[in-house]
Design a protein around this ligand. Sequence first.
Ligand SMILES: Cc1cc2nc3c(=O)[nH]c(=O)nc-3n(C[C@H](O)[C@H](O)[C@H](O)COP(=O)(O)O)c2cc1C
Length: 209
Amino acid sequence: MEIISGLEWRYATKKFDPKKKIPAAVLAELKKAVQLSASSYGLQPYRVLQIDDDQIRAQLLSASFEQSQVVDASHLFVFCSQKTVNSQDVAAYFDLKAHMNGLDSNIFKDAVTVVSEEVAKKSEVEMEIWTAKQTYLAVGTLLAAAGEAAVDACPMEGFEPDQYDKILGLSPKGLTANVVIALGYRAADDQTAQMRKTRKPLERLFEHY
Ligand SMILES: Cc1cc2nc3c(=O)[nH]c(=O)nc-3n(C[C@H](O)[C@H](O)[C@H](O)COP(=O)(O)O)c2cc1C
Protein backbone atom coordinates (compact mmCIF):
# COMPACT_ATOMS: atom_id res chain seq x y z
CA MET A 1 0.00 0.00 0.00
CA GLU A 2 1.47 3.31 -1.10
CA ILE A 3 -0.27 5.09 1.75
CA ILE A 4 1.98 3.29 4.25
CA SER A 5 5.21 4.64 2.78
CA GLY A 6 3.64 8.10 2.73
CA LEU A 7 2.67 7.79 6.40
CA GLU A 8 6.16 6.59 7.29
CA TRP A 9 7.76 9.45 5.36
CA ARG A 10 5.59 12.20 6.82
CA TYR A 11 6.22 13.89 10.15
CA ALA A 12 4.87 16.99 11.85
CA THR A 13 7.18 19.50 10.19
CA LYS A 14 8.54 22.13 12.55
CA LYS A 15 10.53 24.15 10.07
CA PHE A 16 9.38 24.82 6.53
CA ASP A 17 11.45 26.16 3.65
CA PRO A 18 9.66 29.45 2.91
CA LYS A 19 11.00 29.46 -0.66
CA LYS A 20 9.40 26.20 -1.71
CA LYS A 21 5.80 26.41 -2.91
CA ILE A 22 3.33 23.63 -3.58
CA PRO A 23 2.52 23.44 -7.32
CA ALA A 24 -1.11 24.32 -8.14
CA ALA A 25 -1.91 20.84 -9.49
CA VAL A 26 -0.68 19.16 -6.29
CA LEU A 27 -2.60 21.63 -4.12
CA ALA A 28 -5.74 20.88 -6.13
CA GLU A 29 -5.33 17.16 -5.40
CA LEU A 30 -4.87 17.80 -1.69
CA LYS A 31 -8.09 19.83 -1.68
CA LYS A 32 -9.81 17.01 -3.55
CA ALA A 33 -8.73 14.61 -0.79
CA VAL A 34 -10.36 16.90 1.80
CA GLN A 35 -13.50 17.07 -0.34
CA LEU A 36 -13.64 13.27 -0.55
CA SER A 37 -13.31 12.75 3.20
CA ALA A 38 -16.12 10.83 4.86
CA SER A 39 -18.46 12.57 7.32
CA SER A 40 -21.45 11.59 9.39
CA TYR A 41 -24.55 11.50 7.14
CA GLY A 42 -22.27 13.14 4.51
CA LEU A 43 -23.01 16.59 5.93
CA GLN A 44 -19.41 17.91 6.01
CA PRO A 45 -20.21 20.46 8.74
CA TYR A 46 -17.00 22.43 8.29
CA ARG A 47 -15.18 24.89 6.09
CA VAL A 48 -11.51 25.08 5.28
CA LEU A 49 -9.99 28.54 5.10
CA GLN A 50 -6.93 28.91 2.90
CA ILE A 51 -4.96 31.83 4.27
CA ASP A 52 -3.02 33.43 1.42
CA ASP A 53 -2.72 36.94 2.87
CA ASP A 54 0.70 37.47 4.51
CA GLN A 55 -0.64 40.11 6.90
CA ILE A 56 -3.32 37.77 8.18
CA ARG A 57 -0.72 35.03 8.52
CA ALA A 58 1.42 37.40 10.62
CA GLN A 59 -1.58 38.08 12.87
CA LEU A 60 -2.24 34.35 13.19
CA LEU A 61 1.42 33.79 14.13
CA SER A 62 0.95 35.76 17.35
CA ALA A 63 -2.17 33.71 18.07
CA SER A 64 -0.21 30.49 17.46
CA PHE A 65 2.47 30.79 20.15
CA GLU A 66 4.83 32.07 17.44
CA GLN A 67 5.01 28.69 15.71
CA SER A 68 6.90 29.61 12.55
CA GLN A 69 5.05 27.09 10.38
CA VAL A 70 2.15 29.56 10.24
CA VAL A 71 4.17 32.04 8.19
CA ASP A 72 6.85 29.86 6.57
CA ALA A 73 4.74 27.07 5.07
CA SER A 74 3.74 27.30 1.44
CA HIS A 75 0.05 27.08 2.34
CA LEU A 76 -1.96 27.42 5.49
CA PHE A 77 -5.36 25.82 6.00
CA VAL A 78 -7.57 26.55 8.99
CA PHE A 79 -10.16 23.83 9.50
CA CYS A 80 -13.28 25.34 11.05
CA SER A 81 -16.30 23.44 12.27
CA GLN A 82 -19.86 24.72 12.17
CA LYS A 83 -21.24 25.54 15.60
CA THR A 84 -24.63 24.19 14.59
CA VAL A 85 -26.17 22.01 11.93
CA ASN A 86 -29.80 22.77 11.15
CA SER A 87 -32.53 21.35 8.93
CA GLN A 88 -31.50 23.71 6.08
CA ASP A 89 -28.03 22.16 6.10
CA VAL A 90 -29.57 18.69 5.99
CA ALA A 91 -31.98 19.64 3.20
CA ALA A 92 -29.15 21.25 1.22
CA TYR A 93 -27.12 18.04 1.44
CA PHE A 94 -29.98 15.83 0.27
CA ASP A 95 -30.88 18.31 -2.52
CA LEU A 96 -27.31 18.05 -3.75
CA LYS A 97 -27.40 14.26 -3.48
CA ALA A 98 -30.61 14.18 -5.54
CA HIS A 99 -29.09 16.54 -8.09
CA MET A 100 -25.86 14.49 -8.35
CA ASN A 101 -27.90 11.35 -8.98
CA GLY A 102 -30.44 12.92 -11.35
CA LEU A 103 -33.27 12.27 -8.89
CA ASP A 104 -36.21 14.34 -7.70
CA SER A 105 -35.33 15.77 -4.28
CA ASN A 106 -38.72 14.57 -2.97
CA ILE A 107 -37.21 11.10 -2.88
CA PHE A 108 -35.16 12.13 0.16
CA LYS A 109 -38.02 13.90 2.00
CA ASP A 110 -38.19 11.30 4.79
CA ALA A 111 -34.40 11.17 5.10
CA VAL A 112 -34.31 14.96 5.56
CA THR A 113 -36.89 14.68 8.35
CA VAL A 114 -35.15 11.78 10.12
CA VAL A 115 -31.64 13.25 9.95
CA SER A 116 -32.87 16.73 10.93
CA GLU A 117 -34.62 15.24 13.97
CA GLU A 118 -31.53 13.26 14.99
CA VAL A 119 -29.27 16.27 14.66
CA ALA A 120 -31.71 18.51 16.56
CA LYS A 121 -31.47 16.18 19.59
CA LYS A 122 -27.90 17.28 20.25
CA SER A 123 -27.21 19.81 22.96
CA GLU A 124 -25.04 22.82 22.09
CA VAL A 125 -21.96 21.12 23.53
CA GLU A 126 -22.71 17.77 21.88
CA MET A 127 -23.16 19.57 18.58
CA GLU A 128 -19.80 21.34 18.83
CA ILE A 129 -18.02 18.10 19.69
CA TRP A 130 -19.77 16.25 16.87
CA THR A 131 -18.96 18.81 14.18
CA ALA A 132 -15.36 19.01 15.42
CA LYS A 133 -15.07 15.22 15.09
CA GLN A 134 -16.15 15.45 11.45
CA THR A 135 -13.57 18.16 10.89
CA TYR A 136 -10.79 16.00 12.33
CA LEU A 137 -11.66 13.22 9.91
CA ALA A 138 -11.02 15.62 7.03
CA VAL A 139 -7.77 16.65 8.71
CA GLY A 140 -6.67 13.00 8.87
CA THR A 141 -7.52 12.50 5.22
CA LEU A 142 -5.48 15.56 4.28
CA LEU A 143 -2.46 14.42 6.32
CA ALA A 144 -2.49 10.99 4.68
CA ALA A 145 -2.89 12.52 1.21
CA ALA A 146 -0.08 15.00 1.84
CA GLY A 147 2.22 12.15 2.93
CA GLU A 148 1.44 10.21 -0.22
CA ALA A 149 2.07 13.32 -2.35
CA ALA A 150 5.42 13.98 -0.60
CA VAL A 151 4.12 17.31 0.68
CA ASP A 152 5.13 18.14 4.22
CA ALA A 153 2.50 19.09 6.75
CA CYS A 154 2.16 20.14 10.34
CA PRO A 155 -1.20 19.69 12.04
CA MET A 156 -1.52 22.29 14.79
CA GLU A 157 -3.78 22.69 17.79
CA GLY A 158 -1.25 24.99 19.40
CA PHE A 159 -3.15 28.21 18.81
CA GLU A 160 -5.73 30.35 20.56
CA PRO A 161 -9.11 29.50 18.98
CA ASP A 162 -10.78 32.66 20.32
CA GLN A 163 -8.07 34.80 18.72
CA TYR A 164 -8.36 32.92 15.43
CA ASP A 165 -12.14 33.31 15.48
CA LYS A 166 -11.68 37.04 16.01
CA ILE A 167 -8.96 37.59 13.40
CA LEU A 168 -10.82 35.57 10.78
CA GLY A 169 -14.30 36.86 11.69
CA LEU A 170 -15.63 33.35 12.23
CA SER A 171 -18.42 33.88 14.79
CA PRO A 172 -20.82 35.69 12.43
CA LYS A 173 -20.33 32.80 10.01
CA GLY A 174 -21.25 30.27 12.71
CA LEU A 175 -17.78 28.75 12.56
CA THR A 176 -14.97 28.10 15.01
CA ALA A 177 -11.33 27.19 14.32
CA ASN A 178 -10.42 23.58 15.19
CA VAL A 179 -7.11 22.68 13.61
CA VAL A 180 -4.51 24.48 11.53
CA ILE A 181 -2.60 22.59 8.84
CA ALA A 182 0.61 24.10 7.51
CA LEU A 183 1.60 22.57 4.17
CA GLY A 184 4.76 22.88 2.13
CA TYR A 185 8.29 21.50 2.13
CA ARG A 186 10.64 20.89 5.05
CA ALA A 187 13.69 23.07 5.59
CA ALA A 188 16.95 21.14 5.08
CA ASP A 189 17.91 21.81 8.72
CA ASP A 190 14.64 20.74 10.38
CA GLN A 191 16.07 18.44 13.07
CA THR A 192 12.68 16.82 13.70
CA ALA A 193 12.96 15.08 10.33
CA GLN A 194 15.79 12.94 11.80
CA MET A 195 13.66 11.56 14.64
CA ARG A 196 12.37 8.02 14.32
CA LYS A 197 8.61 7.49 14.36
CA THR A 198 7.33 6.82 17.85
CA ARG A 199 4.16 4.79 17.85
CA LYS A 200 2.58 2.26 20.22
CA PRO A 201 3.31 -1.30 19.13
CA LEU A 202 0.41 -2.90 17.24
CA GLU A 203 -0.29 -5.33 20.10
CA ARG A 204 -0.95 -2.40 22.43
CA LEU A 205 -3.02 -0.60 19.83
CA PHE A 206 -5.27 -3.47 18.80
CA GLU A 207 -7.15 -5.83 21.05
CA HIS A 208 -8.75 -9.08 20.01
CA TYR A 209 -12.10 -10.23 21.32
C1 LIG B 1 -4.45 17.47 16.29
C2 LIG B 1 -2.98 17.68 16.35
C3 LIG B 1 -2.46 18.86 16.87
C4 LIG B 1 -1.08 19.09 16.86
N1 LIG B 1 -0.59 20.32 17.26
C5 LIG B 1 0.71 20.61 17.03
C6 LIG B 1 1.21 21.93 17.21
O1 LIG B 1 0.49 22.85 17.59
N2 LIG B 1 2.52 22.15 16.94
C7 LIG B 1 3.37 21.16 16.50
O2 LIG B 1 4.54 21.44 16.24
N3 LIG B 1 2.92 19.90 16.33
C8 LIG B 1 1.62 19.59 16.57
N4 LIG B 1 1.14 18.33 16.35
C9 LIG B 1 2.08 17.29 15.87
C10 LIG B 1 2.22 16.11 16.83
O3 LIG B 1 2.99 16.48 17.94
C11 LIG B 1 2.79 14.95 16.05
O4 LIG B 1 1.89 14.59 15.05
C12 LIG B 1 3.07 13.75 16.95
O5 LIG B 1 4.10 14.03 17.86
C13 LIG B 1 3.45 12.51 16.14
O6 LIG B 1 4.60 12.76 15.37
P1 LIG B 1 4.61 12.73 13.78
O7 LIG B 1 3.30 13.30 13.29
O8 LIG B 1 5.77 13.58 13.42
O9 LIG B 1 4.76 11.30 13.35
C14 LIG B 1 -0.22 18.08 16.38
C15 LIG B 1 -0.75 16.89 15.89
C16 LIG B 1 -2.10 16.69 15.85
C17 LIG B 1 -2.64 15.41 15.25
